[in-house]
Write a protein that binds this ligand. Structure first.
Ligand SMILES: [Zn+2]
Ligand SMILES: [Zn+2]
Length: 435
């Protein structure tokens, strides 16, 4: 059976995150989105940990995978979401290392609530503040953290998060390293995967032969329920019973293409650190332009924030053609645009507006979950419940036939499914009938 996994999300206890990020809401939203397994997130936060113990129960003893407890039946009006949870969190490691202050975000996973408790107790006893933020800031290097969690339990794992982003990526232009070996020294072989982040896709990562043995994963890093699953991983399991924590990590370690089917990606240009630039100065540069300007902003004369594309080029040792050729051996990927953005672009209203949400809800009710709609539902069926133009928009996203103004310095890229002067039909046609 196919399962879609989102292994990096947050709870309401992480800074700048929605208060709606509680387990019941996450479970419900994942069903709408088509996510089967989601990170329980922020597992080191004491209040969130209590919330987890209150709501979650292991799918079967020792599986390391959790679900909403049956006793919570009444909360859901009779339908408990089937969403499964894996225990993971993001941690910010800040520490001077090898002559530079390193600010690196990593994902840490634990095989059971008992191990989470052991980790949390140990960190608290060692004086780390776990209450200030769901994504705790620890004054240690990523290498020290890796050793630390392995001492807690050998089955704990660490995966660098959004590996290329300038401020907090393991390869980021600001506080990052040039290789996993530089970051982890003799512990580098323990790193089997990195998260590519919204601003890079597998093709960009295939430009580095240093990452040939590293599995590339993609997750949403959602700060609100609406963003869950904007990137994800599709895996194959023999049966529901066969889904265990150890199995998932075995798939991640082996890059077995028969079990890790593909990742679902943002178009990397849509990510907010794809290009170089200065947000406040309105300057967005391709790496070539940055080098023409010697890395200096022509407006404020300060150094530009070097984005993901630039760092990939800097560390790469393959041409585009070579990277594509190498990619044939790797886990494939599908680039998508979130459904609300496609609708918003078609009807020319904001994604959070009532119009867009109404069309979205109509589609989910009639056609199934979002990933199913984006990847599988025939265009005729989409047109029947919405409009010809929304079906056309989804067709264009599936074919990659879209235009994106790339993101830079914290500013998200802008997707255009239709040209500015193109006809998009009348929103009020069918989509809103009866709403
Ligand atoms: Zn992060
Ligand atoms: Zn500037």
């Amino acid at each position: 059976m196919t399962q879609i996994l989102d292994l990096h999300t947050h709870s309401k206890y992480s800074r700048a995150c929605s208060k709606h990020l509680e387990l019941p809401e996450i479970a419900r939203t994942c069903e709408t989105r088509g996510i089967n397994i989601v990170s329980a997130s922020d597992i080191t936060h004491p209040r969130w940990f209590s919330h987890m113990k209150e709501w979650l129960i292991e799918t079967k003893p020792g599986s390391g995978i959790y679900k909403i407890q049956e006793t919570r039946y009444s909360h859901f009006n009779g339908h408990i979401p089937k969403t499964k949870f894996i225990l993971g969190t993001e941690i910010a490691c800040i520490k001077k290392h090898k002559d530079k202050t390193r600010r690196i975000h990593v994902l840490v996973f634990c095989p059971s609530l008992e191990v989470v408790e052991k980790l949390n107790t140990s960190l608290a006893n060692d004086g780390f503040n776990l209450t200030a933020d769901g994504r705790p800031i620890l004054g240690m290097t990523v290498k020290t953290l890796l050793g630390y969690i392995k001492q807690i339990d050998e089955r704990c794992h660490l995966i660098p998060a959004h590996a290329w982003t300038p401020w907090f990526g393991i390869f980021g232009s600001k506080g990052g390293y040039d290789s996993l070996e530089e970051a982890f020294d003799e512990l580098a072989p323990e790193i089997f995967a990195i998260e590519t982040g919204l601003s890079s896709d597998p093709l960009m990562n295939w430009h580095l032969s240093a990452l040939d043995n590293i599995t590339l994963i993609s997750n949403s890093d959602a700060h609100s329920p609406a963003k869950l699953g904007r990137e994800a991983n599709i895996m194959q399991f023999a049966s529901d019973d066969a889904i265990t924590y150890d199995d998932i990590f075995d798939i991640l370690k082996t890059q077995d293409k028969s079990r890790f089917l593909r990742t679902i990606e943002f178009y990397p240009e849509e990510g907010k650190y794809h290009m170089d630039g200065h947000r406040d100065c309105g300057i967005s540069f391709h790496p070539d332009e940055t080098s023409t300007h010697k890395g200096i902003c022509p407006k404020c004369k300060k150094p530009l924030v070097i984005g993901v594309m630039n760092r990939v080029i800097e560390l790469s040792d393959r041409t585009e053609e070579e990277a594509k050729e190498h990619g044939k051996l790797r886990i494939p990927y599908t680039s998508l645009v979130p459904l609300v953005e496609i609708i918003a672009n078609t009807v020319q209203k904001g994604w959070a507006t009532k119009t867009v949400q109404a069309i979205y809800n109509t589609m989910i009710a009639a056609l199934g979950n979002e990933f199913h709609i984006l990847m599988n539902v025939p265009l005729e069926d989409i047109e029947k419940v919405t409009t010809k133009h929304i079906a056309t928009a989804i067709d264009r996203v599936r074919k990659g036939n879209i235009v994106i103004k790339p993101g830079y310095d914290g500013e998200f890229g802008v997707v255009k499914v239709f040209a500015d002067d193109e006809d998009r039909g009348d929103v009020k046609q069918k989509a809103l009938v009866g709403l």
